[in-house]
Design a protein around this ligand. Structure first.
Ligand code: FAD
Ligand code: NAD
Length: 403
């Protein structure tokens, strides 16, 4: 009998973990496992705010896919997926067309701009390693240019961060540490630099524990970061952003750097795949399959799952993506042997939000943490993600150990 082909798209937390779990469960002759990813490396998207601010090198946030896959069991294809058609079972890529017996879509997130004019063009988004490198270099360029200008344009030194969700706050935490270093390096007086976080909702980190939020805001304000709360960004231009301050009241913030961190959606390829979706996220069945397509699984940020207790979707996180991958791998193995698939049940351990290398806030298994204990917990979580995919060698190579 022909071996089934398992085609996995994306080597992010969801796709790569699915492959690592499949290679543990299946023997070399059980299936042809093909992993397609745009780059020959995986990046820790949960560390991209550090690479974007320049507090961590882009090299440190990525590792070769080949270092964690068993090439006896998995064929890795470095290619960009261009199209997915689940009705004809065809996946178009820059390396040719693929078909499958089982498909796993793990193509991750894209920044959501909600159609706000100018954002696509004038704002930078913490989306992947290349984008992170661009943000870091853009900020440095503004500092370098300011210091050589005859007639100085101080707005070059204003950075606007759109969104005070977890990505925005973690990025601000890194900027808080990075700005003094840049000021020294480029001979810029620190009082010339402005970092403004603009949030649409009436609070920072909407929905998170208010006591922890208060701590985070206090720590960031102490580093000179300003907050404009309840004031949505309504437009971006080459000169800065327009924010809405009241019914008919607007303010324009002139800024040399705009970083948009105000939400994510699923990968746009989902929208033309033939699978029903909402903003490129698929409301999956309980066993992680796409509705109506029993041979297609969705993992990670492209999957949408409702937390029935809270009556809203689970947030798209790496924590959930990696847990889903375990279920997806088990369920593919079950289908291959005509067994029942199992339901995905998330096991949420809590959330830790970093505020720079040595500070953080966390709500972990009902316990509130701040400062060093929270920061240590964040590093434990980061190292655990490495361990789950590449074991101890990967933790030794890429882990975070400084306290
Ligand atoms: P991704 O990690 O986005 O991976 C998708 C993969 O698909 C990538 O390798 C990409 O290159 C590849 N790909 C995309 N398009 C194509 C294509 N067309 N062809 C081929 N390959 C393609 N979550 C947490 O749980 N904890 C955190 O602390 C945390 N911190 C975060 C910090 C930041 C700054 C950000 C932005 C997110 C953070 N998240 C965190 C969320 C977390 O990163 C995502 O939920 C997670 O990355 C989703 O995993 P994924 O596998 O679905 O997608
Ligand atoms: P998010 O959706 O969690 O937050 C986006 C923020 O932007 C919200 O507070 C929203 O009110 C605000 N916003 C929306 N429109 C706006 C506008 N026009 N102007 C100003 N503000 C606006 O998105 P995120 O922070 O990118 O996070 C994405 C996912 O990644 C989430 O699931 C999050 O939990 C996860 N994440 C987790 C961590 C962590 O666990 N440490 C870190 C980063 C991201």
């Amino acid at each position: 009998m022909k071996r089934p082909t398992i085609l996995v798209l994306g080597a992010g937390y969801g796709g790569l973990s699915t492959v690592v779990n499949l290679q543990k469960i299946l023997g070399s002759n059980d299936a042809d496992i093909i992993l397609v990813n745009k780059n020959d490396y995986h990046y820790e998207s949960t560390w991209l705010h550090e690479a974007s601010a320049g507090t961590l090198s882009p090299e440190q946030v990525r590792y070769d896919v080949s270092s964690v896959i068993n090439t006896d069991k998995v064929t890795f294809v470095k290619a960009t997926v261009d199209s997915i058609d689940v009705n004809t079972k065809k996946v178009g890529t820059s390396a040719g067309e693929y078909t499958y017996d089982y498909l796993v879509i793990g193509l991750g997130f894209e920044g959501e701009t909600f159609g706000i004019p100018g954002l696509d063009k004038y704002a930078l988004s913490i989306a992947n390693v290349k984008a992170a490198r661009h943000i870091r270099e853009h900020i440095e360029y503004q500092f370098a240019t300011w210091s050589t200008e005859e007639e100085k344009d101080d707005s070059r030194l204003t950075l606007v961060v759109g969104g005070a969700g977890f990505s925005g706050i973690e990025f601000l935490g890194e900027l808080g540490n990075r700005i003094p270093v840049l000021c020294k390096e480029y001979d810029v007086p620190q009082e010339k630099v402005r970092v403004v976080c603009v949030e649409a909702a009436p609070m920072v980190l909407p929905g998170f524990d208010p006591e922890l939020v208060k701590y985070a805001v206090g720590q960031l304000e102490a580093k000179g970061i300003e907050f404009s709360i309840g004031t949505p960004v309504v437009e971006a231009t080459p000169e800065g952003v327009k924010i809405k301050k009241g019914e008919e009241e607007f303010e324009f913030i002139k800024a040399g750097t705009i970083v948009w961190a105000a939400g994510v959606r699923g990968n746009r390829l989902i929208e033309s795949s033939g699978i029903e979706n909402m903003r490129a996220r698929v409301k999956v069945e309980k066993d992680m399959r796409a509705p109506g397509f029993p041979d297609v699984f969705i993992v990670g940020d492209c999957a949408l799952m409702i937390n029935e207790e809270a009556n809203r979707p689970y947030p798209p996180t790496a924590q959930i993506a990696m847990q889903q991958a375990v279920t997806v791998a088990k369920n593919i193995a079950a289908l291959m042997t005509d067994k029942e698939t199992e339901e995905f049940v998330p096991s949420l351990k809590g959330t830790v939000c970093s505020l720079g290398e040595h500070d953080a806030i966390g709500d972990v298994m009902g316990k509130k943490l701040t400062g060093t204990p929270a920061s240590i917990m964040k590093k434990v979580i980061d190292n655990r993600a490495l361990y789950m995919i590449g074991g101890i060698p990967l933790v030794v190579k890429k882990g975070k150990f400084s306290l």
